[in-house]
Design a protein around this ligand. Structure first.
Ligand SMILES: [Zn+2]
Length: 240
């Protein structure tokens, strides 16, 4: 059990939080003992829990969020395993060339038939803050470029904000708006909208300081809201 692991009472020299220091082996074993505690708790509530869970999934929600460890989809929405299909990456980017994201989106929309797709950013996002800086961080610079492009689209507004934290958090919001818009531009979403009227794309920001979600009110369920150049016709045609 987690509590039985011998711990060395050392204040973390970096964070000075007093967080209990575990050895390499202890921190690994804590995950396995944590799993057993979780299984026992579920079985205590319902002896058939895993039997039921193993039968399949029919989630109504696709969550596309940031990889940040502080914004787990199920905890934030108080949902259970089986209720939310999840894709996460640094700064919840939805790039139309990302086969990983597109595969998740296609499966969620066309097989699971989810009703809600939520692009969920969060305030104090390290990825967005990094995109706003001029430093090089390595390979990730290529990924963060998508967010720099969002900045350029909204530079008239963002350039006027002098407080850096305010600027980062406004870019967090605008990034969610643009990434949700990017989803709507895909053939996957537009073809689904032609077939059914119960699919909505939403934009959220989670406030880590309070835990509360801010709905950015950019919900979309119609190709006609996309603007002429992005609205696609029904049939695919061969390129000339
Ligand atoms: Zn983040």
């Amino acid at each position: 059990m987690k509590n039985e692991i011998q711990k060395n009472e050392i204040i973390d020299p970096v964070t000075k939080t007093g967080k209990v220091h575990l050895t390499q082996k202890e921190s690994y074993n804590a995950l396995l003992s944590g799993n057993r505690e979780w299984v026992n708790a579920r079985l205590k509530d319902d002896p058939e829990y895993f039997k039921k869970l193993s039968k399949g999934q029919s989630p109504e929600v696709l969550w596309i969020g940031c990889s940040d460890s502080r914004v787990p989809a199920n905890e934030v929405t108080n949902t259970k395993p089986g209720e939310v299909f999840v894709h996460r990456n640094i700064a919840n980017v939805c790039a139309h060339s990302d086969m990983n994201m597109l595969s998740v989106l296609d499966y969620a929309v066309n097989v699971l038939k989810v009703k809600h797709i939520i692009v969920a950013g969060h305030y104090n996002c390290g990825g967005v803050a990094a995109a706003l800086s001029n430093k090089q961080f390595g390979l990730i610079d290529n990924w963060l470029r998508h967010i720099k492009d969002v900045y350029r689209l909204h530079s008239h507004e963002l350039d006027r904000i002098t407080d850096q934290e305010h600027k980062i958090n406004r870019l967090v919001e605008l990034n969610v708006v643009e990434q949700a818009y990017n989803l709507c531009k895909t053939t996957i979403i537009q073809n689904a909208w032609k077939e059914r009227d119960d699919l909505e794309v939403h934009g959220w920001v989670v406030d880590i300081n309070t835990g509360l979600v801010k709905d950015l009110k950019v919900t979309n369920n119609d190709s006609q809201n996309l603007g002429y150049v992005y609205e696609l016709e029904m049939e695919a045609v061969a390129a000339h």
